[in-house]
Design a binder for this molecule. Structure first.
Ligand SMILES: NC(=O)c1ccc[n+]([C@@H]2O[C@H](COP(=O)([O-])OP(=O)(O)OC[C@H]3O[C@@H](n4cnc5c(N)ncnc54)[C@H](O)[C@@H]3O)[C@@H](O)[C@H]2O)c1
Length: 270
């Protein structure tokens, strides 16, 4: 067992790769990991978003790299992994956060839309795990943290392939946890609930809808990227050195609130 001092997170100087780092939860993870002293490779398809993230991590950007990368493209992922090893060193932490959300009922969902969501939200997680996991296996240590969603366990009607892909992320993580435990590599997911990011911006323009969404959450507010990033930081760190194959929900209690939604006379408080 590793000792937990003087750097209890074990992230100072660690080479951490974050996908989807150009916005929202990925950016929040980049900030948290930079704060823990990590050296970062930040990947996103959106170059401007990456530049904004690099600016927000301040001095940590000097020891970090940004790269425009479509994580669903195996060649681009392979090139990013090579650059990581060449210019920073072998990756020890991978945060898979890049994702997209596309609406659609399953009755009429075009195959192209199904494939697009599956390839960015699921296949890309596998591709990145494989490419960066190779470096972890060589050095017998590493942590994978995949951003899934409460939608992995709860179907979202008219949400296209999103929930199906997120359920796949959960199982991908568990399989990686078992296959790579002998190599000293852990794999876990963080399942965010309602979180205010670029992806959900259209849900948060009408104050009435924001009030209803916040009101549905036991802790009374919509999550922020840093709420999710703190859980990612924990699972990536040595503090979680005996945790693998787990899903950690970070949702202000929302997914556990089903019994609070029905009237139960005699069991209610004003
Ligand atoms: N916001 C929420 O309420 C919420 C809830 C649960 C799970 N999530 C998950 O959290 C993760 C981050 O989402 P977010 O809410 O921060 O959204 P976001 O849109 O703010 O950020 C997602 C980032 O992924 C990038 N991206 C999209 N396709 C890509 C590709 N092919 N290659 C590389 N990068 C790509 C985007 O450019 C963007 O910067 C996603 O996996 C999402 O499914 C979000």
């Amino acid at each position: 067992m590793k000792q937990l001092t003087p750097d209890p997170d074990g992230l100072s100087g660690a080479i951490c790769v974050v996908t989807g780092a150009g916005s929202g939860i990925g950016r929040g993870c980049a900030l948290a990991l930079a704060g823990a002293g990590a050296r970062l490779l930040l990947l996103d398809i959106n170059q401007e978003g990456l530049a904004a993230t690099a600016e927000s991590i301040g001095a940590a950007a000097e020891h970090s790299l940004i790269e425009r990368c479509d994580t669903s493209d195996p060649d681009q992922v392979a090139a990013a992994a090579q650059r990581c090893e060449r210019e920073l060193g072998p990756c020890t932490v991978l945060v898979n956060a890049a994702g997209i959300l596309r609406p659609g009922g399953l009755d009429e969902l075009p195959l192209a839309l199904w494939n697009q969501v599956m390839s960015v939200n699921l296949t890309a997680y596998f591709l990145c795990a494989q490419a960066f996991g190779r470096q972890m296996r060589q050095h017998k240590r590493g942590a994978l943290v995949h951003i899934a969603s409460i939608a992995a366990d709860h179907a979202t009607p008219y949400g296209g392939a999103y929930s199906v892909a997120k359920a796949g992320v959960s199982m991908l993580s568990r399989q990686l946890a078992l296959e790579w435990a002998p190599h000293g590599i852990r794999s876990n997911t963080v399942n965010p609930g309602l979180t205010e990011t670029g992806m959900t911006a259209p849900f948060h323009t009408d104050p009435q809808i924001v009030r209803r969404r916040s009101g549905a959450i036991p802790l009374g507010r919509i999550g922020q990227p840093q709420d999710i990033a703190q859980a990612v930081l924990f699972l990536a760190s040595d503090r979680a050195q005996y945790i693998t194959g787990q899903d950690l929900t970070v949702d202000g209690g929302f997914a556990r609130s089903v019994m609070a939604t029905i009237p139960r006379p005699g069991y209610e408080r004003p």
